[in-house]
Write a protein that binds this ligand. Structure first.
Ligand code: SF4
Length: 173
């Protein structure tokens, strides 16, 4: 199953893997937990994730790799263009995205999450699909910079839409 780290976990009655001898640890995109770190100054509050974390009495670590990389909020939206993260004004922000992803990876390694849930389609946090770099709303298969770095370092990731389906059986709109 996507999103569940296998080391030191067992499977609860709900099918969710949980740390042995401790509360579940969840690493989440900060915007999903209601932090106003999204490019437009808003958030992507995910009630299903917040409720799930409360029900599990989980320890939750929120990270926003773009903010960790030194980008302001609000900021100009970015997409991955020919392998480099570039904002809509054609300014390369690849270094900031990668610096933030590295910082967030270190936090993940220190935390040791059982579950990682990231915002869908983000150029940092997207796990299955990202925008194609044309700023026209077209999606392609791919991962954001942070999600990719996590998987390259052995973590399983799930995105917010997959999480909604797993937990409630239907996707958020
Ligand atoms: S970088 Fe990730 S956590 Fe930060 S606003 Fe974008 S999707 Fe949310």
């Amino acid at each position: 199953m996507n999103g569940f780290v296998t080391k030191g976990t067992n499977i609860t009655e709900t099918g969710v893997k949980k740390s042995i001898g401790g509360n579940m640890k969840i690493l989440a995109s900060a915007c999903l937990m209601g932090e106003n770190c999204k490019y437009n100054g808003g958030n992507n509050y995910c009630g299903e994730l917040v409720n799930f974390a409360q029900e599990q009495k989980a320890q939750v670590l929120t990270v926003c790799p773009e903010v960790l990389g030194g980008l302001p909020t609000p900021r100009i939206p970015s997409e991955i263009v020919s392998g480099k993260v570039t904002n809509r004004e054609h300014i390369c922000v690849d270094e900031e995205f990668r610096r933030g992803a590295e910082a967030a990876l270190k936090m993940a390694e220190d935390f040791g999450p059982d579950l990682i849930v990231l915002q869908a389609r983000s150029p940092s946090c997207g796990c299955r699909q990202i925008y194609d770099g044309s700023f026209s709303g077209k999606l392609i298969p791919g991962m954001g910079v942070f999600a990719k770095l996590l998987t390259e370092n052995g973590f399983d990731v799930t995105d917010s839409e997959e999480f909604d389906i797993m937990v409630s059986g239907s996707a958020r709109i």
